[in-house]
Design a protein around this ligand. Structure first.
Ligand SMILES: [Zn+2]
Length: 460
């Protein structure tokens, strides 16, 4: 994140000796005043640097007080009425029923709404859009897909998602690095992102482009790695290109016939362990697409960060996930969407698969498997994925447990624990407002009316 000092220096285009300076024959009085102001601020900055104190500049935004009818503490489930948050810069300074209102503070009255921490989606695809399937890599250029990803990021932010884990560009290489960096630099609106680059899969496996004329060499939706050494090499390349974590396809193609679910594994436990060790060498983690067994068990034994989809998990896998606190990320919304929008006769079975998954989900909850909230948005429209909270409640969680899975477990999974996922002093000011009370009706998360990220208002 660029410091205030650097951005101040960049703004001083009138500084003598600045190569970008436009020549002026007779400097106007206004230009002279600007030069003087810049010189004075630069002196102040240099003094601050010498003394090690943060530079105070005129560009420091005024404190903001958010006021609403209610505020929900999702750690305790306690509602404050009214609710207020004092925001200074990009961080939360105070939270309560009545916070201090410093002189010059901007007060934003959000009326009959509930303040909550910004939503976190632990499984998104910014580089996918409805209708795009295997041939997206053939029909759409990577620059085109990157433009669409910036629109997707904006749509998710406006829906209240202030942080997301992007689970693979699906054949667009490391183009997500540019999207994440542009958001971090404030060039485009979007959630805070953890990105994986292109996901990793095996030759002829779940994400390979099978069924096309081999002479056409249709690009797969993932990068191939076929053994431990290749996994290590691909992981090194992806981290070089900007990946925050590694996404591996561990299972597929799935089969669901007569209510019997099965899916082949793609990597052995030893291969996954090699991948986890290589990522860990540089402080990073591995997340897996794993819909069933034995791939789920191999993944949790290897120590992955999360098991995504998790339609079916064995008793031993659930026990280990509870013990190691590895969350499952159910992604119900995509299953519901495919059930309601089948593009082939086989996809008509998605409804039965969703029912089956819901039943297994209740077993997972009973076994104490931690959950995180991930929607797999992308194949269905970005910005609509708060439906995932509704489905997690429909299938067995309380609204508060679903909110905690989303924001508390989500913050941990994204590596931002203690920074996001709660309204607490010192945390990033990632704050949303929803009408009504989400503990009584989780569906209000689909009607976000206010979005602040890092102290900046994006939707009001
Ligand atoms: Zn996915």
């Amino acid at each position: 994140m660029p410091s205030a000092r650097f951005s101040l220096l960049k703004e001083c285009r009138y500084l003598p000796g600045n190569p970008q300076k436009q020549p002026e024959v007779i400097p106007s009085r206004q230009a002279m005043r600007k030069r003087l102001a810049c010189l004075l601020t630069l002196c102040a900055c240099l003094l601050a640097l010498i003394h090690g104190a943060p530079a105070q500049t005129n560009s420091t935004p005024a404190p903001v007080v958010l006021h609403a009818a209610r505020l929900l503490d999702i750690e305790t489930g306690r509602i404050s009425a009214p609710g207020e948050v004092l925001v200074r810069g990009e961080r939360i300074a105070e939270v309560g029923s009545a916070v201090s209102h410093p002189a010059g503070a901007q007060v934003i009255d959000l009326d009959d709404t509930t303040l909550l921490p910004g939503l976190i989606d632990a499984h998104v695809h910014l580089f996918l859009h409805p209708g795009a399937e295997d041939l997206q890599t053939v029909q759409e250029s990577v620059p085109q897909r990157a433009i669409m990803a910036t629109l997707a990021a904006r749509a998710d932010l406006m829906a209240g998602y202030t942080a997301e884990r992007d689970m693979g560009t699906e054949g667009a290489g490391s183009a997500d690095t540019a999207v994440r960096n542009a958001i971090d630099q404030g060039l485009i609106p979007g959630p805070r992102l953890r990105i994986s680059g292109n996901a990793i899969s095996i030759l002829g496996g779940h994400e390979d482009a099978i069924g096309y004329n081999p002479e056409q060499r249709v690009l797969p939706n993932a990068t191939f790695a076929n053994n431990s050494a290749e996994l290590v090499a691909v992981i090194r390349q992806q981290i070089k290109e900007g990946a925050d974590f590694i996404k591996i396809y561990e299972t597929g193609e799935d089969s669901f016939r007569n209510r019997q679910f099965s899916t082949p594994y793609q990597y052995t436990e030893a291969e996954l362990s090699a991948a986890v060790a290589e990522a860990a060498r540089v402080g990073k983690r591995v997340a897996v697409h794993a819909t069933g067994e034995p791939g789920g068990l191999y993944a949790v034994r290897a120590g992955v960060a999360s098991v995504d989809h998790a339609y079916q998990l064995s008793d031993e896998t659930m026990r280990l996930m509870h013990e190691k606190q590895i969350p499952a990320v159910p992604t119900f919304t995509i299953e519901e969407y495919f059930a309601e929008h089948p593009s082939s006769p086989e996809e008509a079975t998605w409804g039965q698969l969703l029912e089956f998954h819901a039943q297994e989900f209740r077993r997972q909850l009973a076994a104490g498997v931690p959950m995180a909230v991930g929607s797999d948005v992308g194949p269905y429209p970005h910005g609509t994925q708060a439906r995932e909270f509704v489905l997690m409640v429909k299938y067995g969680m309380t609204p508060l447990a679903a909110l905690q899975a989303g924001m508390i477990n989500g913050a941990k999974l994204l590596g931002w624990q203690g920074q996001i996922g709660a309204l607490k002093p010192g945390y990033f000011a990632d704050i949303i407002a929803v009408p009504g009370n989400p503990l009584q009706d989780i569906g209000v998360l689909q009607k976000v009316t206010f979005v602040m990220k890092g102290g900046k208002v994006y939707r009001r």
